[in-house]
Ligand binder design. Structure first.
Ligand code: DX5
Ligand code: ZN
Length: 226
């Protein structure tokens, strides 16, 4: 099996928005790989967050890839706006798509990387048709909506199942995890085959600051992932 780097994607959901630019710079300086932006519509999930305007502001603040996680109904309607704002990856929830493969193709037609994600209660076979097309599969390890929730350890098995599906298809897609990720569970998640690690509280609320949070994750993770 080829080894690739483990990527760390700070989620700005726990950032101080009055100091967003400097906090993103701190992430970049500390070795973050992507900036994760959580878009919530108050409908698909019970929280309302940010839209293309914030993505455009983040684009001004960093040259890192911007990893946009769309927790919204009817994502097709907003894909173009997020790409124009500067998204590098657009990840949609399989639960929100009538035809997820056509949504992936639409994202690709906009010259953007396409990701597909699934809620903890959604079975793995819902993403099987996406596997040959997606650039990224995101396994949610909390019920989406808020940062600071506890990692659901029963999702470890799901991560392993997705890793198996990707390997069976020889897919080079990223396998990302999101929700309650911290220095304690990181290595377990990596061992099941994840290679991109989203974290909000473990980075932005680390008592030693952003750089300490990222350094601790990097130390626990090592350099090499599947
Ligand atoms: C949850 C979001 C996550 C969240 C992670 O719905 O998709 O990206 O910000 O926050 P932590 O790492 O604090 O669980
Ligand atoms: Zn997220």
């Amino acid at each position: 099996m080829n080894k690739s780097s483990c990527l760390i994607a700070p989620s700005i959901l726990s950032a101080n928005f009055l100091r967003l630019g400097e906090q993103i710079t701190a992430c970049e300086k500390a070795g973050a790989d992507w900036i994760h932006v959580d878009v919530m519509d108050g409908h698909f999930v019970p929280n309302l967050t940010m839209g293309p305007f914030i993505v455009a502001q983040v684009r001004q603040a960093t040259s890192l890839p911007i990893d946009v996680h769309l927790m919204i109904d009817n994502p097709d309607d907003l894909l173009e706006a997020f790409v124009k704002a500067g998204a590098t990856n657009l990840t949609v929830h399989v639960e929100t798509c009538r035809d997820v493969v056509s949504t992936i193709k639409k994202i690709h037609s906009l010259d953007c990387r396409a990701g597909v994600t699934l809620n903890p209660a959604t079975p793995v076979d819902s993403i099987t048709p996406s596997i040959p097309h997606a650039d990224l599969i995101l396994v949610m390890t909390v019920h989406p909506g808020f940062s600071g929730q506890n990692f659901m350890s029963d999702m470890l098995e799901k991560i392993a199942s997705v890793r198996k599906l990707l390997d069976e298809e020889n897919s080079p897609a990223y396998l990302e995890v999101d929700g309650g990720i911290n220095a304690t569970n990181l290595a377990h998640v990596r061992d099941e085959g994840a290679n991109v690690f989203v974290a909000a509280n473990a980075i932005f609320r680390h008592p030693g600051g952003i750089a300490a949070g990222i350094q601790l994750m990097r130390q626990e993770l090592g350099e090499s992932c599947q």
